[in-house]
Design a protein around this ligand. Structure first.
Ligand code: NAP
Ligand code: SF4
Length: 674
């Protein structure tokens, strides 16, 4: 009996069978735009070899006006077919199946040629769209159908028509973006005409034996979004029009409710998909914040869907399904939903990769080949940089000893996991510990490594991390002043708190102190109430008309920084807005452009601006210092003074802007070279 009987059961589609219920959801990686299609093929080929049932590619534009940005990859000429053929051949050689997503961005396209049902500018693009006339609409339909036919010629097993997340087809469905008065607007029958016509024409173009997935927005999370009746009506029509499978879309990109960030509870939206079960007779896929085989299995066993889509988990681990099937689920590198190396990269114009797996999208360039010259390798420090180095070096065949002065592996990750909404870090630390053990690393916990301890090793890697920066505020030595480390380890904190420093850790500490935290992750009902998510059967788009209902903050927190700029401006591109919104809802006061003058019993005294004007006291029982970090290099410096050759990585190398992404990447790349 397999561990995950529902997840690993095949899905018979009549003309073809998927080997399990796992779909690798569509992600834009940026690989196609490099023009190196060998690299694209390697990326998907590894995922196919890892056993996933069906892969969906990143969105491919059906024409130039529909591209997410000018130059976005697509399949709009016959000459593109050969490139795509390299991908499909590689996937098939590795035993997989792959569908191409056809993505028309409509008004979300970041370019001057964008088109839409009506000239309603989107809040996430500066370009007002052109309203399509009848001929323009026909052209879009024809281009999408032609792209599907080309995908079939290129060897894909199917296509996914992107009808959700607020893209082109979705824009026709709701009055928020469709103000037309012709046969494509007005009544719901008219508004859903385009998606139905698209699916009908796609089916006509590809014939019966080709997978056509329609991604349908089940909860728009925007004002004037679809009602549940409309969702069900559309799903039935899409089935009639010839779709093979319906996939779930959650929230428009312009929605002000997080849908995939780490603070969103696991499987937070499977209840929406479940409402559609039984309403159509084709299989239904659910998605969003499903990242372990057990969660996916539970979702299927409870009848929430016929299949589960996971996207980012396949960046974190290409072998997700193979490991689950082989009883090695604890070896699956977990996606912690941080967005730091995937979506944040995409939105900064960088190639996608993964914080946990730096090989993602770098398959051809970063390889962990077995070593021909095994060495004795010492790694000092068991934070993310040190653990990653130790694992990769040991897997390559080196004899690795990992020294850690604390009595547990994890380093700063053990602090991060204490923050409400960052519970996924528990799984990450567990995974690292599992892999350190499986790789055969000799671990010495509670061991402060000295230069003598390291004398007999061929290679010494210093990953001793960081220590908190001392902001040197007069009066900070009193009992009312704590470091973020004390706070996250559970030191008592008063009711009024001033937080010095508003970087990632200052924000985390403000969040931690504003919640009445217990050890249980936030319940889904609390999370929905906090953000104002309701049932689309009650409220259009699933938005509670009463708005968000945040809990009462546990403390009165003031967050401060010296820079005269908006607090949180430098947080992650796709998650910074969430942190800022959460703290606002928790009534955290924010002050920028301050100088720290003094700490005394009544709190923290600050002045303002370069001239240190308008001094004021911030009343606080506790002052928490989150003023950044300095490299902890004392061991590295001692060894270098002795003339030893050492590798210094992670925070010990450069503390500024340190995060686990850089630490893990640096560790992996060093270990690949040892
Ligand atoms: P940080 O991001 O460098 O922020 C340090 C804060 O301290 C800044 O607000 C800085 O602002 C202030 N500061 C710097 N020198 C100071 C001084 N001498 N006196 C008083 N204030 C001073 O560092 P962090 O918050 O410790 O975070 C460390 C790293 O962990 C970050 O780079 C981040 O990547 C990572 N992290 C990320 C997240 C996330 O959500 N993605 C969460 C936690 C941690 P002013 O100089 O303007 O005062
Ligand atoms: Fe998941 Fe973070 Fe990796 Fe993105 S970078 S795939 S969110 S772990």
């Amino acid at each position: 009996m397999k561990d995950y009987p529902h997840l690993l059961a095949p899905l018979d589609l009549g003309f073809t069978t998927l080997k399990n219920r796992v779909l690798m959801g569509s992600m834009h990686t940026g690989l196609e735009e490099t023009g190196d299609w060998g690299r694209v093929a390697a990326f998907y080929g590894e995922r196919a070899a890892g056993g996933v049932g069906l892969i969906v590619t990143g969105g491919m534009a059906p024409n130039r006006e529909g591209g997410v940005f000018p130059g976005a990859a697509g399949l709009f000429t016959d000459t593109d077919i050969a490139n795509h053929r390299r991908v499909t051949d590689t996937v098939h050689e590795n035993g997989g199946k792959i569908a191409m997503q056809i993505l028309h961005a409509g008004r979300y396209a970041y370019g001057p040629d964008c088109v839409a049902p009506s000239p309603v500018k989107s809040p996430i693009s500066p370009f007002p769209p052109k309203e399509l006339d009848e001929a323009g609409i026909e052209k879009q339909i024809a281009d999408i159908a032609t792209a599907a036919a080309r995908a079939q010629q290129a060897g894909y097993d199917g296509v996914e028509v992107m009808g959700s997340e607020g893209y082109f087809l979705n824009q026709f469905l709701v009055t928020h973006t469709n103000k037309r008065t012709d046969r494509w607007g007005g009544s719901y029958e008219n508004r859903m005409r385009l998606p139905i016509e698209v699916v009908r024409r796609v089916r006509e173009a590809v014939g019966p034996d080709f997978i056509v997935i329609y991604r349908l927005s089940m909860i728009d999370l925007i004002p004037n979004g679809s009602t549940w009746d409309e969702v069900v009506t559309l799903a039935k029509e899409i089935e009639q029009a010839g779709a093979t499978i319906i996939n779930t879309g959650i929230g428009w990109h312009e929605a002000r409710i997080p849908t995939i960030a780490t603070s969103v509870p696991r499987r937070a939206f499977t209840w929406v998909t479940q409402k559609l079960m039984g309403k159509v007779s084709i299989p239904i896929i659910t998605s969003n914040r499903i990242n372990t085989p057990q969660v996916a299995e539970d979702v299927l066993a409870q009848g929430c869907a016929d299949m589960v889509s996971m996207a980012r988990p396949f960046l974190a681990d290409a072998d997700f399904v193979a490991k689950a099937s082989a009883g090695r689920a604890d070896e699956i590198a977990p996606c912690i939903a941080c967005n730091q190396a995937c979506l944040d990269h995409t939105f900064s114009g960088k190639l996608t990769t993964c914080l946990v797996n730096p090989r993602a999208c770098h398959e051809t360039e970063l390889t962990y080949a077995p070593t021909g010259t095994p060495k004795r390798v010492a790694v000092v420090g068991a934070g993310p940089a040190g653990m990653m180095t130790a694992i990769v070096a040991a897997e390559r065949g080196h004899a690795v000893t990992l020294f850690e002065k604390a009595d547990a592996l994890g380093g700063q990750l053990n602090l991060a996991k204490q923050v409400p909404g960052k519970e996924e870090f528990f799984g990450l630390v567990d995974w690292f510990a599992t892999m350190v053990g499986r790789a055969g690393v000799e671990t010495r916990l509670g061991a402060v490594a000295t230069p003598d301890d390291l004398a007999d090793f061929d290679e010494v890697v210093i990953a001793t991390g960081v220590r908190p920066r001392d902001p040197q505020i007069p009066g900070q030595d009193g009992d009312n002043t704590l470091s973020y480390i004390d706070v996250l380890r559970g030191a008592p904190v008063g009711d009024k708190v001033a937080v010095v420093g508003a970087g990632g850790i200052g924000f985390d500490v403000a969040q931690f102190l504003s919640h009445e935290h217990d050890d249980a992750p936030e319940a889904l009902a609390d999370w929905k109430a906090f953000w104002g998510v309701s049932d689309p059967a009650q409220d259009r788009g699933g938005l509670n008309p009463a708005g968000p209902a945040p809990e009462r903050p546990a403390r009165q927190v003031t967050l401060l920084q010296r820079k005269p700029e908006k607090l949180g401006k430098r947080l992650g591109k796709t998650t910074g807005w969430i942190h800022r919104a959460e703290l606002k809802m928790l009534n955290v006061a924010m002050k920028a452009g301050v100088n720290y003058e003094n700490i005394a019993e009544q709190g923290l005294q600050v002045s303002h601006g370069a001239a240190r004007e308008n001094p004021e006291w911030i009343a606080a029982d506790t002052i928490v210092l989150c003023a950044g970090q300095e490299p902890e290099r004392s061991l590295a410096d001692a060894l270098i003074t002795q003339g030893r050759n050492v590798h210094v990585i992670g925070g010990a190398d450069v503390a500024a802007e340190l995060d686990a992404k850089r630490a893990i990447n640096q560790g992996a790349r060093l270990a690949a070279m040892l």
